[in-house]
Design a protein. Structure first.
Length: 378
């Protein structure tokens, strides 16, 4: 009887074990994204006004409701304007829904007021006060392109000058959300990623770049020489190399040429492990451009490399830059051709045969002169 009792209890024990295993799996389910509704296509959306100073490029739609003042002097808009129309009105309604969703998500982790210097994985974070970024905040998707990051401020969002939001290991700007129950200010020369849901205003200071959205429910959005990009939900792992030669040609024949390479990151993704090679040269030397000496190529930086060589014939060579952005390797190439002419008539004086040829020529002249002298005395 005891044996039978033990056997009958085994299914119950097994069910209890399965239940215990299942609970953590449910609790650790991936954080779902925030549904943006019709706001998804907007780069900038505000309640009162949108103003701009200097040259600014906006990729994505621009909307205002109920306000109607869009001061667009200097703005290059790659998108559609929706000023106090039905589309902007519906987008504002959907913004309220998205704001409330993100603001009410259960917090999975507490963070300090200043997020600079942190590396965070997917989750919902709350500082318990204002939210700021000094330096670099790194968001690590750990290889999951659907990883969601939600930051809930209790007041303002303020990023310092030259601060950065860095996306690594597959993290995407369209899965990063910032809930700001007051106003947001992005510092000069900063790079930012994600959707800002601000209850009042958003101020983007000089030369700051944003990959994501500026969504101000009730207030204004101010811009100043910015690049605001809300494109397809994918990492903008853009690295670029430009190459020049000096001189651009050698019409008189072989000579020395110096190549200059300029490497930039036009998007908002930063790059590590940056390397430049040239298929016809042994090495390329880094010169300057890493402004904070962190070996990270950041948007706004231009890294300079050079290489010098001697060309004896027309040469086409290809430079390649590689780097790791958002956890994935990215590359770009640049090609330059230097024409080498054949204008030299005399032999190259640097060759050992030059002296022999010159001596032989002199002997022929001397011999010819002697023969003429002999003929004249005959």
């Amino acid at each position: 009887m005891k044996t039978t009792s033990r056997i009958r209890t085994l299914p119950l024990v097994a069910m209890m074990v399965l239940a215990l295993v299942a609970v953590p799996a449910t609790a650790m389910a991936a954080e779902p994204t925030v549904n943006l509704g019709t706001t998804a296509g907007f780069a900038v959306l505000a309640g009162t006004t949108i103003t701009n100073t200097g040259p600014t490029t906006i990729t994505g739609d621009v909307g205002l409701h109920p306000g109607s003042a869009f001061v667009d002097t200097g703005v290059t808009l790659i998108g559609t304007r929706h000023i106090a129309d039905a589309v902007a009105n519906q987008a504002k309604i959907d913004l309220v829904t998205a704001y409330n969703d993100a603001a009410n998500r259960p917090v999975s982790g507490a963070v300090p007021v200043d997020l600079g210097g942190l590396t965070l994985t997917s989750g919902v974070y709350n500082s318990g006060g204002v939210t700021s970024i000094t330096g670099t905040l790194t968001l690590d998707a750990e290889g999951d392109p659907d990883a969601v990051f939600i930051f809930q401020s209790s007041a303002t969002l303020i990023t310092a000058s030259d601060s950065h939001v860095q996306l690594i290991n597959g993290a995407r700007f369209c899965r990063v959300f910032w809930v700001v129950p007051s106003s947001a200010t992005l510092g000069t020369d900063s790079t930012f990623a994600g959707h800002i849901f601000a209850l009042t205003d958003i101020h983007v200071q000089t030369r700051a770049t944003v990959e994501g959205q500026l969504l101000a429910r009730n207030g204004e959005v101010t811009l100043d020489e910015n690049v605001i990009t809300n494109e397809i939900c994918a990492p903008r792992r853009v690295i670029n190399i430009d190459k020049t030669a000096s001189p651009t040609a050698l019409p008189s024949g072989p000579g020395s040429v110096t190549y200059t390479y300029e490497v930039t990151a036009p998007g908002t993704i930063e790059f590590s492990n940056v390397a430049v090679t040239d298929d016809k040269l042994d090495s390329v030397t880094y010169v300057s451009g890493d402004m904070n000496s962190d070996e990270i190529l950041q948007p706004g930086e231009t890294w300079i490399y050079t290489a010098t060589t001697r060309l004896t014939e027309t040469t086409t060579n290809v430079a390649t830059v590689t780097g790791v952005g958002a956890g994935l390797a990215t590359s770009d190439t640049a090609t330059v051709t230097v024409e080498v002419g054949t204008g030299r008539v005399l032999p190259d004086t640097g060759t050992p045969w030059y002296g022999v040829l010159l001596a032989g020529f002199v002997l022929i002249l001397v011999g010819a002169a002697g023969w003429v002298a002999q003929r004249s005395h005959a």
